[in-house]
Design a protein around this ligand. Structure first.
Ligand SMILES: [Zn+2]
Length: 271
């Protein structure tokens, strides 16, 4: 059994057939965690989780790209939300919610025309909101699912100063081992997805991180693994391609990858 620890069947790409996709996922011995990016999709993640007795969970949070205007994201992602702590606390207390996320820092999508001062302002805002979500995670005693793009140093600084009691995962990790090691030292898991199937450049990182600290995800509908069509809609069952890639790199049986990464996910999210 595999667990897709980070997907978005709660996004509009799955508006027509999310339940069919979930059914197909469970039938193929894969379980899934739907992750919210703002209040509406967080709420929807809970709605899906509540429909199933087991195998479907939710993560709720406000993605850093929804804190500022950016021309570099998809039009539907260009949606700004002001954090309402109480509303998220209400969602976070739901039994089906296994973590807080995706929350974090995204310095990748800044408008190129922005001045230094404006960029600093947005960074400050992202850090403030992220710290609020750490407070929330600690209040509900759940781990945190972190999105981080072009901001690993600032993220590390915040995590060192603000203890997340139940730790969490750095989702869709694309840094080097020197960086990964620092998160692992803080007790965090590393979330890997289809990105590691695109090239051989992550093979070394996979070996260095080791199975004990890896959890698997798809980030569906995005990041469809190779050898599938790169820009087709991704879905949770494709998590097996990432598992297979890791098994090949580590020269072990895929069953071993399944067992250890599923075990890691169960422990982290208390599934
Ligand atoms: Zn995501």
């Amino acid at each position: 059994m595999l667990i897709d620890t980070h997907c978005h069947l709660n996004f509009k790409d799955f508006k027509e057939d999310a339940d069919m996709v979930i059914k197909r996922t469970l039938e193929n011995d894969v379980q899934l965690i739907n992750v919210g990016a703002e209040w509406r999709t967080s709420q929807r993640a809970i709605e899906y989780a509540e429909k199933y007795t087991s195998g479907v969970w939710a993560v709720v949070g406000l993605h850093p790209i929804h804190l500022f205007n950016s021309p570099n994201v998809l039009p539907e992602e260009n949606y700004i939300e002001k954090l309402n702590y109480k509303k998220y606390l209400q969602l976070a207390q739901n039994k089906k919610v296994v973590a807080i996320g995706e929350v974090g820092l995204d310095y990748h999508h800044f408008d190129k025309k922005l001045g230094e001062e404006e960029i600093l302002k947005i960074k400050k805002k992202q850090k403030e909101v992220f710290k609020e979500f750490i407070r929330l995670a600690n209040e509900v005693k759940k781990p945190i699912a972190i999105h981080c793009w072009d901001a690993y140093n600032d993220l590390l600084e915040i995590l060192k100063e603000n203890l997340v009691k139940r730790r969490g995962v750095v989702h869709s990790f694309i840094g080097n081992y020197k960086t990964a090691e620092k998160f692992i030292e803080l007790g965090f898991k590393i979330g890997l997805n289809g990105i590691v199937t695109y090239t051989e450049s992550y093979d070394k990182l996979i070996k260095e991180i080791g199975l004990k600290n890896i959890i698997l995800e798809t980030d569906a509908p995005y990041l469809t693994p190779s050898p599938l069509e790169r820009y087709s809609r991704n879905e949770p069952i494709n998590v097996r391609y990432t598992a297979k890639k890791i098994a090949d790199v580590l020269k072990i049986d895929i069953k071993e990858v399944e067992k250890q990464t599923t075990d890691n996910a169960r422990k982290l999210f208390t599934l």
